[in-house]
Design a protein around this ligand. Structure first.
Ligand code: PMT
Length: 395
């Protein structure tokens, strides 16, 4: 990645102060960095600081004859391998979505055919606003990469999603190797998260699945060029912007959605922690406390992945997960065979720091003729490795 030519477009948010560090780190990694600032960015960090760290004149005006003589704005737009807008405020995101070109940065963004990435940074309410979300969706559909935002405490005191990613996180994204589009033109359907089996209007049976593993698989499939359907039980994480999300609650809902989408899919992955049983009867009113014991009658839910694997027409390549606390390989291989799967990802969920609701995981992938062990790593990296393994089986 040495000599990657990056235009860093700084817009006017408090996170602009992190751009000095970002520039220094990009240069350490061998990137050439030219800085463009909007007028409001200059309230948060000075052009002089950015000039000192980038070692280049900072550009900030479309109508500056001297700057245009040195490198015209069209030439500038052509020079870049990547234009990274960081921080990207709600305002510049809206301008980009609308195609407004009223200063140097927005003009470069229209005039370039380089990759464009933005690192959103704003108040959490502004980020959640329907207008901002619609603008991000528009940009994403046009191929703009949206990096972040992170969540946490904000400069204004609010807590939530809207923090600019840290400089080193952005550096890693800028310098990441391009991913081969191994699944271009393929449709991947993934189930993720838990199911909720209602007992009455206020209570349900569920489990600890956070959806992180399934959502990471969806991100990975998108990165490899696939169209992604994500059938998700109730979770509290953000869905990948480009996936088609189908929100469901119970195993029966998930079963219906899965059997609708599976025949239109090339690959089906069952990562959801589906409840094996549901209440035989759901009380219409909140159940009253009675006596010291309560006996519930449960009935078996349909086995979603087994039904997908049993399709006789348009059967997708079918991958299951096996969450086990003992004899992991034996049980996983049993499920591979009994459910007629093409591959199963054995997940030892008895080990601290992996499995349910953790950021990291370790898996062993079993198929009829081979076995691949993937040690502990973050779920994003693991998901990409799993998706690449699946892709190689299809090629
Ligand atoms: O969501 P996270 O917090 O990130 O956690 C990830 C995970 C631990 C949930 C995930 O890695 C995982 O192991 N998912 C499978 C959980 C599970 O229910 O495993 P199982 O061994 O009970 O089921 C075997 C397979 O059958 C799974 O593919 C499951 O989706 C599927 N199944 C199970 C029951 C059912 N009625 N229908 C199904 O399709």
């Amino acid at each position: 990645m040495r000599n990657k030519k990056v235009v860093l477009g700084i817009s006017g948010g408090i996170a602009a102060y992190k751009c000095a560090e970002l520039t220094r780190r990009l240069k350490e990694r061998g990137c050439e960095v030219k800085v463009v600032m909007t007028d409001s960015a200059k309230h948060f960090i000075t052009p002089l600081t950015m000039q000192a760290v980038s070692g280049e004149m900072v550009s900030d005006s479309l109508l500056d004859p001297q700057a245009e003589a040195a490198m015209g704005h069209i030439e500038f737009a052509k020079w870049a391998d990547l234009i990274l807008v960081a921080p990207a405020t709600a305002n510049i995101i809206a301008k980009m979505a609308a195609g407004i070109a009223d200063d140097l940065l927005t003009t470069l963004l229209l005039a370039t055919d380089a990759d464009v990435a933005i690192a959103p940074a704003m108040n959490q309410q502004m980020y959640a606003h329907a207008a901002t979300q619609a603008n991000l969706h528009t940009l994403n559909a046009r191929g703009v990469q949206i990096w972040g935002p992170g969540s946490g405490e904000q400069a204004c005191g609010d807590v939530g999603a809207g923090r600019m990613l840290e400089p080193m996180e952005l550096v890693e994204l800028v310098c990441a190797e391009p991913v081969e589009q191994l699944l271009k033109g393929k449709t991947v359907t993934i189930t993720a998260g838990p199911t909720r089996e209602p007992l009455d209007p206020v209570r349900y049976i569920s489990n600890h699945s956070s959806g992180k593993m399934g959502y990471a698989l969806a991100e990975a499939a998108l990165a490899l060029g696939a169209n992604v359907n994500l059938i998700s039980g109730p979770v509290n994480i953000k869905a990948p912007a480009n996936a088609q999300v189908f929100a469901v609650q119970s195993a029966l809902d998930m079963h219906n959605q899965a059997l609708t989408l599976a025949p239109q899919s090339d690959i089906f992955i069952g990562c959801a922690a589906v409840a094996d049983y549901r209440a035989a009867d759901i009380a219409e009113q909140k159940m009253k406390k009675q006596g010291d014991e309560l006996t519930l009658t449960l009935v078996k839910n349909p086995d979603i992945i087994a039904d997908v694997a049993a399709l006789t027409q348009n059967r997708p390549f079918t991958v299951g997960f096996a969450a086990e606390t003992q004899d992991v390989a034996t049980y996983a291989k049993g499920k591979l065979k009994n459910k007629n799967l093409d591959m199963i990802c054995a997940n030892d969920v008895s080990v601290q720091g992996q499995g349910f609701n953790s950021d990291d995981n370790a898996l062993t992938l079993f198929s009829a003729h081979d076995e691949v062990s993937l040690g502990l790593m973050n779920k994003s990296k693991l998901a990409l490795t799993v998706m690449k393994e699946i892709a190689t089986k299809l090629i």
